[in-house]
Write a protein that binds this ligand. Sequence first.
Ligand code: NAD
Length: 294
Amino acid sequence: MAIILDGKSLAKKIRQQLKSEVNQFVEKGLRNPSLAVILVGNDPASEVYVKNKRKACEEVGINSLYIHLSEDTPEEELLRIIDKLNKDEDVDGILVQLPLPKHIDTQKVITSISPEKDVDGFHPENVGKLSTGMKDGIIPCTPLGIWILLKEYGIETFKKDVVIVGASNIVGKPMGLLFLRNEEATVTICHKNTKDLRKYTEEADILVVAVGKPNLITADMVKRDVVVVDVGINRLEDGRLVGDTDFENIKEKAFAITPVPGGVGPMTVASLLINTVSVYRQKFGYPKHPLTDV
Ligand code: NAD
């Protein structure tokens, strides 16, 4: 039976740690860290994500400034708000919840956020820093959370064959770059046009799956003692929340696996807090947060 990589408990521990760190800064006379969260429209899933992120901020003493805009907000209006937040000395991080309505150019919006405040790590400057190995950028929250979780459990990444299923800009690609950063592991990234997915998953020492399809990866597609990181979040018709992998059967074969819920999701939110506190620390002349030092 596999080790269950318990992201929920680790995220809680990280929140407690961040809370005491923030307290120490505030006791020294500094203001609290702050994160601006922008939601455009009323997508129910996005509303839940934003609520969870704001609740987590509150718990650790990060002020969250919530800007909820209507679905039909013009792109220029959103860009104007971001510009104002970029210039606001009291705002450390800016997060625009994705997806954005169709009439708004997502890449343009991401690029308009000041790279120093881009706590999601999606700005091309931060993506470039991650891909060139520069360590002063911001790492996207899901890959950072996964990395911290693997390290917490002592999962060896050096010289491993890592297979990532899903090549999105927010998970798959930055996850691959993180494993490659110190030429740590050998990385294969699969996607919807991969000819023979099984050929790759069967070889993986560490398998990260971020697609959004329940049961995409079954136990016969992985080797014994694999480490499986399931990023997927899927709501089944009966209301259950599941990942992209057949957790029940794979856990009998794997060395370690993340559950859904309670695995990668809470670590993603914890990483958002880490990135925000890290930006705040640097603003006041302290080194970046040690947990971002990967
Ligand atoms: P996305 O839709 O942007 O990308 C999906 C990727 O999967 C694409 O690269 C696509 O080519 C690939 N794909 C599609 N079908 C495939 C197939 N049959 N075989 C192999 N690859 C296939 O998705 P995303 O934003 O990266 O999110 C992926 C999943 O992860 C979703 O379920 C999302 O809800 C979840 N997610 C979870 C967290 C978290 O914190 N747990 C964070 C981000 C995303």
